[in-house]
Design a protein around this ligand. Structure first.
Ligand SMILES: [Mn+2]
Length: 458
């Protein structure tokens, strides 16, 4: 069975049911998956409820209703099929729309997963969107959410753009009219909300000599180019507002800057996905920033707020999310200042710090990434903290930069291998990964991961 027919079958299973429950993950991919699926189902006039989970684990199973509804697991489920089996869920009441690695299981749950067809760059929101489109072609308006979910799950990071079959979602959004694609654009984050020099100075993929981490450097660089970076009223423009000619001048200037310093400029360029139907200079204007807002909702345990925004709320929930995002940023800044103020311990192949229970464990990874740009970014950073739910468990977050990944470093591999030895579990990506380990194993664990990275460097 190909992906297409798998999608068709999922759509028909959903349509056949009289009620549905969506069980989804709390990150941007999970929230957009839920918002796509719940809208598609509601449009069929099938009653639908949603449950968001931080993780599909034994304790969370009590939140999955035991009723006659079809349980649609989105952005989770593939790796927890035995848990579904143990809890007595039958094949006739479950479908899984996921992109995580499947766990071998005796019960043959129906699943749509890009991995089964060799697609590693298609997130759950992508799969979910294709199923929604199959249910009714008028669901093309939801392509926008599919793009946000994919971008939020870093599906565009490696190539700088969404690739087959996820690029088809972009095509759909463009046809529908609520998505603009900006190809060959500058690879910076915050194109709709950050003053352009700030966005440039935050760039860490690639690291631009004289600009990354150097706000003043970015300002004088722009001045030298003679480009217009202020609006008529004197306010700094965001990247999105810069004229096409000036954008070209800036990108060319950055190219030259990198080549002059012997750096590879290929990662300067990426594709951005903009949403012309959203208000200018807000986080909702482009896929990356929209995804950040949804991630903030999830990390502060308000996934339903994120879901309401995906459904179009621009009042109460949106205001709530804006506050959350502001709060999210200021706590991450505090965390970063704490890490930089206390300083990290350096081992041969990593640097680490333990922040105890001072910060919510859901943001520690982001803080680690932000701190790294101000530290020696050639060494991956590890930040440990107390697990928010289980005090004798430690959450480990690691971050590195693209350049180091290209040298052969794979944090996901290092953390999963090491944590397994200590009875923990890890996952993530080569550039950003996390793990849970017993608190008692902390000291040995750091050494073990350092050894794993040493071997990867070799
Ligand atoms: Mn996902």
């Amino acid at each position: 069975m190909g992906l297409e027919s798998c999608i068709r079958q999922a759509a028909s299973i959903i349509r056949e049911h009289e009620e549905a429950t969506i069980i989804s993950h709390i990150d941007a991919d999970g929230i957009t998956s839920e918002a796509i699926m719940s809208q598609a189902i509601a449009r069929e006039e099938i009653p639908v409820k949603s449950v968001f989970l931080r993780q599909l684990e034994p304790d969370a199973m009590t939140l999955v209703p035991r009723d006659n509804s079809l349980k649609i697991f989105t952005d989770l489920g593939a790796g927890q099929q035995n848990l579904l089996e143990e809890n007595g869920f039958g094949t006739d009441e479950v479908i899984i729309l996921d992109h995580h690695i499947s766990q071998p299981c005796n019960t043959d749950y129906f699943q749509v997963n890009g991995l089964d067809f060799g697609h590693t760059k298609l997130s759950a929101a992508g799969i979910t969107y294709f199923v929604a489109r199959e249910m009714d072609s008028s669901n093309r308006d939801l392509a926008k959410l599919g793009i946000i979910g994919n971008v939020g799950d870093m599906m565009a990071r490696e190539s700088g753009k969404l690739v087959e079959p996820a690029s088809g979602i972009v095509e759909d959004g463009i046809i529908h009219g609520n998505v603009d694609r900006h190809s060959h654009d500058l690879n910076i984050y915050g194109i709709s909300t950050r003053p352009v020099h700030i966005a440039m100075s935050y760039c860490d993929d690639p690291l631009i000599p004289g600009i990354s981490n150097k706000k003043d450097g970015a300002i004088s660089f722009l001045k030298k180019l003679g480009v217009n970076t202020r609006s008529e009223r004197g306010r700094w423009m965001v990247w999105e507002e810069i004229s096409p000619e000036d954008k070209k001048t800036i990108i060319n200037g950055l190219y030259e800057q990198m080549i002059a310093h012997g750096e590879d400029p290929s990662r300067l360029i990426c594709e951005h996905y903009l949403f012309p139907d959203e208000m200018a200079r807000t986080a909702l204007r482009n896929a990356s920033e929209y995804a950040t807002m949804l991630n903030a909702c999830g990390r502060w345990t308000k996934p339903y707020t994120g879901s309401a925004i995906c459904r179009g709320d621009r009042n109460e929930h949106y205001r709530d999310a804006e506050n959350m995002l502001r709060n999210h940023r200021s706590i991450i800044r505090e965390l970063m200042e704490y890490i930089l103020g206390r300083g990290v311990e350096e081992l041969s192949s990593l640097q680490y710090i333990h922040v105890g229970d001072r910060f919510p464990d859901t943001i520690v990874g982001i803080g680690a990434g932000m701190s790294l740009s101000k530290l020696n970014y050639n060494k991956p950073i590890m930040v440990m903290c107390q697990d928010g739910l289980i005090p004798d468990r430690t959450k480990v977050s690691m971050r590195t930069v693209e350049k180091v990944v290209q040298q052969g470093i794979d944090l996901q591999k290092a953390l999963s291998e090491a944590s397994e030895e200590f009875g923990g579990a890890g996952g993530g990506h080569a550039i950003a990964a996390g793990a849970f380990i017993p608190k008692t194993a902390e000291k040995e664990f750091v050494k073990r991961v350092n050894r794993a990275l040493e071997e990867q460097y070799a």
